[in-house]
Design a protein around this ligand. Structure first.
Ligand SMILES: Cc1ncc(COP(=O)(O)O)c(C=O)c1O
Length: 401
């Protein structure tokens, strides 16, 4: 029996074993299929494969056994406990997965409705790349459900509701249940970027979304060893047909080595997330009471405006937080320079604790006025709380503060 068909009652078991197909040479782990093409036994077989009459690999941009295991594993986790068959398609990056989603489902004259706080790359895709193709953005504060409905009602050209919750970099949440209800009322395609939460903390398909995307570069890989992305959908005919075709033609396929690293990373997802989350609560409480720190932005703190949403739709508020240093820009730079164990870098989702200072790094070239609109103040520090021992994380933060 293919292990793909086994039912795993536990999320951790599905993370370890899910998606695996028995290897013809009995290798325990899926091999890295470093082959661009696949051999046909006969011309007749080639014809059957190309005509779709026989399943099987043809060319690695179209499909690769190692990447296939990664996509089966992630789709199994997004649908875990939901009794909902899903299809995942691995991509070379999160941005490639989002691009396939947009280009496969939208056409000239359509509009995308989204919340103002989004990962910067997605925001630029929606605001700069899609408009010359005739696909326009509609951006609002989707935490305001009345406004969200007004926007949907006012403009029948809106075809997609694109959500990211919690959002990068502000960690704001939007209400999946209520927004999906509204999106369905107005016949919208509903997609959610689940990168910050992972399927362990949040399953957007539970609320009825049509698509989920991930930057697998982050918590799913978990070790910072590869860039990757995945697009998952529940309309299997659409996913296996049109979406697969667009994915193959755009050429944003993953490579087998990165998929191999991803598969091995996902095996420990549950364990890692438990530790990440436990440490994040400790860090948030420590920072919240510290004299050098002003505001702490963590959904797990009851004082956070989105706390109720993280309770409503997530297993746990997660491992991302940001905090404001009272001393502004200079305090931010001094703090970053004093870190010993914790790592000064962008990105997130690794075992290591990572900190970035947007005003001197990712948002250095953004004028202060524009930054402030998104809450990116001079002394703001963004933190991916890692899985090290909490005593070491707190000691490093304490000495740097
Ligand atoms: C929430 C979110 N979505 C998508 C992306 C894009 O992913 P990638 O860098 O793998 O293309 C990122 C990257 O940081 C992200 O944080």
């Amino acid at each position: 029996m293919s292990e793909k068909t086994i039912h795993y009652s536990g999320f951790g078991s599905a993370a370890v074993h899910g998606g695996h197909t028995k290897d013809p040479n009995s290798a325990h782990l899926v091999p890295i299929y470093a082959s661009s093409t696949y051999v046909f036994d006969s011309a007749e077989q080639g014809m059957r494969r190309f005509s779709g009459k026989e399943d099987g690999y043809i060319y690695s941009r179209w499909g690769n056994p190692t990447s296939n295991e990664a996509e089966e594993k992630i789709a199994g986790l997004e649908g875990h406990g939901l009794n909902l068959p899903l299809r995942g398609i691995m991509h070379s990056s999160g941005m490639a997965a989002i691009s396939t989603l947009m280009l496969a489902t939208l056409k000239s004259g359509d509009k995308v409705l989204s919340h103002f706080s989004l990962y910067g790359g997605t925001e630029e895709l929606i605001n700069k790349v899609l408009p010359p193709l005739g696909i326009e953005p509609v951006i609002g504060d989707l935490r305001d459900l009345n406004l969200a409905e007004d926007l949907m009602k006012a403009d029948p050209a809106i075809k997609m509701l694109y959500l990211e919750t919690p959002a990068n970099p502000t960690i704001q949440c939007v209400d999946l249940e209520e927004l999906v209800k509204l999106g369905k009322k107005y016949n919208l395609i509903i997609a959610c970027d689940n990168t910050f939460a992972t399927p362990y903390l949040q399953q957007p398909f539970r609320f009825g979304v049509d698509f989920v995307v991930h930057s697998t570069t982050k918590f799913l890989n978990g070790h910072g060893t590869a860039i990757g992305g995945v697009l998952i959908g529940k309309d299997l005919e659409l996913m296996n047909g049109h979406v697969t075709k667009i994915h193959r033609l755009l050429g944003g396929n993953s490579n087998p080595f990165d998929s191999f690293l991803l598969i091995n990373g996902i095996k420990t997802l549950e364990l890692r997330m438990e530790r990440h989350c436990h440490n994040a609560v400790e860090v948030a409480n420590f920072l919240d009471g510290h004299e050098s720190v002003g505001h702490v932005n963590y959904n797990g703190l009851p004082s956070h405006p989105d706390h109720y949403l993280s309770v409503k739709q997530m297993r746990h508020p997660g491992a991302m937080l940001s905090f404001e240093l009272k001393g502004g820009l200079q305090a931010g730079i001094a703090f970053m320079d004093k870190l010993n164990m914790c790592i000064r870098t962008v990105s997130l989702g690794t075992c290591d604790t990572l900190l970035s200072h947007p005003a001197s790094m990712t948002h250095y070239s953004v004028p202060q006025e524009a930054r402030l609109k998104y809450g990116i103040t001079d002394g703001l520090i963004r933190m991916n709380v890692g899985i090290e021992n909490i005593t070491d994380i707190l000691a490093d933060l304490d000495q740097a503060l």
